[in-house]
Design a protein around this ligand. Structure first.
Ligand SMILES: Cc1ncc(COP(=O)(O)O)c(C=O)c1O
Length: 433
């Protein structure tokens, strides 16, 4: 599609969310979001303090860790999934019926309800479709809307696979780095406007909320992005896989909900796999595309490649998570917030490393630049001296050097053990200085 063609079309219905009052009560199996403070961290059905044995489960996270190392890298959590999800999957398997399956009405309705009640966005059924995983779905958008050599803009430091697959598909990746003042990040609108004005830029990939720096983007920033992109005829892919994991005090804004411009240029990709810890039930995601001019070619592309047919576990897990999973998720978010606090407090007392407190999800971005180590030495320090396997900040692109990402989606006991190991390792380093 010509890059300026789609900008004439808009869907005003997508903007309804901007007019909605803030979410007061989450009816999806949850009593009331306002009661968040009163929800128990554990109840009879779940206990995030439990250390779950992942051995023999083909866990990628543990598979890469050497003996005795604590793996705190890839973004899955060490908790059991929500009981509502596992019982729905067990129940379905107990029927022994695993033939070809269509996407049922409940799938669409569970997503529509969830977006409305969790994020205040009124979505129409036509806008929603199953997708085979967020990254696969984003890659299909690259293929649908760009040609080899076309420009795809990313905002580093950012989730590395946006760049990796764009490059593998022969697209030109252009950086619009986030600005960092030593404490927090923001978008560089002037730089972005310049970049989007250069020839053949077709797509901007937004990480909303942002992995690895943990920002929940402000709706005003999103509106500004949408307005610039619409003027320049650039599509916005909004990856919202971390959206359900906003930490207390922060609220996610689905990109297409923020303005007419956003619903004209945006494609939202989301999934329950991060929030309900279902990454191994892969091929589980969905897209929400209000603009028919974007939706139709995209869905045709998925159909042409037979990527539109959802596997049974994806359907069952999504419906169960979004219909009955909210109380579990509320407790999880509180638990994660306490883990984050533990880490932030720890680093506020330990010179050399500074934690950037995330506003969403279970990943903490650590600024280690004052340790004065080269990136490889830094990674060796964490893995060999502290016995922690963390994600290397450099892989997230410009601005990632001198940083690491720590996954705290695990029982508090493990977080404390990791911090204890770090204390010892840092003491040794300081003694040797
Ligand atoms: C921002 C972001 N998008 C996508 C993914 C992966 O999604 P999927 O497994 O559905 O491809 C991740 C996983 O960490 C992520 O952080």
């Amino acid at each position: 599609m010509e890059r300026r063609e789609f900008i004439k079309i808009t869907s005003t219905a997508a903007c309804a969310a901007a007019l909605l009052p803030s979410v007061g009560g989450l009816m999806t199996g949850c009593k009331d979001l306002k009661d968040e403070g009163k929800l128990p961290i554990t109840n009879d059905s779940w206990n995030f303090d439990e250390v779950v044995d992942r051995s023999g489960t083909w866990s990628i996270k543990y598979g890469r860790a050497s003996e005795g190392q604590i793996p705190m890298w890839i973004a899955d959590m060490d908790f059991r999934t929500a009981p509502a999800v596992s019982s729905a999957l067990k129940e379905r398997l107990n029927r022994d019926v695993l033939g070809y399956t269509f996407t049922p009405e409940e799938f669409y309705q569970s997503i529509i309800r969830w977006e409305k009640e969790m994020h205040g966005w009124q979505v129409e059924k036509d806008w929603v479709a199953y997708c085979p995983g967020v990254i696969t779905a984003i890659n299909q958008a690259y293929l649908t809307f760009t040609e080899p050599g076309d420009g795809i803009v990313v905002m580093p430091p950012v989730y590395n696979l946006f760049r990796m697959y764009a490059e593998r598909l022969g697209r030109r990746v252009v950086d619009s780095p986030l600005l960092f003042n030593g404490n927090c990040y923001r978008m560089d609108f002037d730089g972005l406007e310049r970049i989007l004005s250069s020839p053949n830029i077709k797509i901007l990939v937004l990480c909303n909320p942002h992995n690895p720096v943990g920002i929940v983007w402000d709706p005003d920033d999103l509106r500004r992005i949408a307005s610039i992109c619409r003027q320049k005829g650039v599509l916005v892919i909004s990856d919202e896989i971390h959206a359900d994991l906003t930490l207390p005090g922060h609220r996610h804004s689905p990109f297409c909900s923020v303005s007419d411009d956003a619903s004209a240029v945006g494609l939202v990709f989301a999934s329950p796999t991060k929030s309900f810890n279902l990454a191994g039930v892969s091929m589980t995601a969905y897209c929400i595309i209000p603009n028919k001019e974007l939706r139709e070619p995209y869905l045709k592309h998925l159909r042409d490649l037979k990527l539109n047919e959802a596997p049974i576990p994806s359907l069952v897990a999504t419906i169960a998570a979004y219909t009955e999973g909210a109380p579990w998720l509320q407790s999880l978010r509180k638990y994660l917030q306490s883990n984050v606090q533990e880490v932030v407090d720890f680093f506020s007392n330990n010179l050399g490393i500074k934690a950037i407190p995330p506003q969403a999800s279970f990943l903490v971005w650590l600024d280690c630049r004052t340790m004065g180590l080269q990136q490889e030495e830094l990674m060796r320090f964490f893995s060999n001296k502290a016995g922690l396997l963390l994600s290397n900040g450099a892989m997230y692109g410009q601005g990632g050097e001198g940083f690491v990402r720590m996954n705290i989606g695990c029982p508090r006991k493990i977080v404390k053990e990791a911090l204890g190991r770090l204390t010892q390792a840092l003491e040794i380093v300081n003694v040797m200085k």
